[in-house]
Design a protein around this ligand. Structure first.
Ligand SMILES: [Zn+2]
Length: 174
């Protein structure tokens, strides 16, 4: 699930198979709570409400629009950029080092600010390659940090292994 190497790209991936039959994985405020904790943005579920869910999806779609333009070498859409900047302007997650380690706390808005900030940082970096998974239906985006930027799939588990199996079967048939 967290295969993108960037919080905002992983958030964009919570709407799967965007081109054909989109599958929403952030269906409820609980899903958002769960995602924020599993993504490591917060330590404990923030108790998201329906408005938070709408807000997270709004950030997600703006992020997706920006990254698509970025990977396509097109100018960033001003509306989407204004949206992500707006989220990033909110006070981020509070960090505190305790005897139990680093604690991350805050409301949903703070968590989404962290997500937005990670995207702004990514888009401002030069020499970082963002790609879309080579399986056309997948539509997942990821940062390619491999040597020579030769990574092709979002993650071997979901797309790469399927593609390899298909190639293997095709070879056996031949
Ligand atoms: Zn994929």
């Amino acid at each position: 699930m967290f295969v993108s190497g960037n919080l905002a790209l992983d958030l964009a991936g919570t709407l799967k198979w965007r081109r054909d039959t989109p599958e929403e994985t952030l269906d409820s405020p609980d899903d958002l709570d769960d995602w924020l904790v599993r993504a490591g943005v917060l330590d404990t579920p923030p108790g998201a409400d329906p408005a938070d869910l709408t807000s997270a999806r709004r950030l997600r779609e703006a992020a997706y629009a920006l990254v698509l333009a970025h990977t396509g070498g097109r100018p960033l859409p001003p509306d989407a950029l204004a949206t992500v900047n707006e989220y990033a302007a909110v006070a981020p997650v509070r960090l505190a080092l305790t005897a139990d380690g680093l604690r991350r706390t805050g409301p949903v808005g703070a968590a989404l600010s962290d997500v937005a900030r990670s995207l702004l940082t990514l888009l401002s970096e030069t020499g970082t390659t963002v790609k879309e998974c080579a399986k056309p239906a997948c539509t997942r985006l990821y940062v390619d940090r491999s040597r020579g930027a030769r990574r092709t799939w979002c993650g071997m588990q979901e797309c790469g292994s399927q593609a390899k199996m298909a190639a293997y079967r095709a070879r056996r048939r031949a």
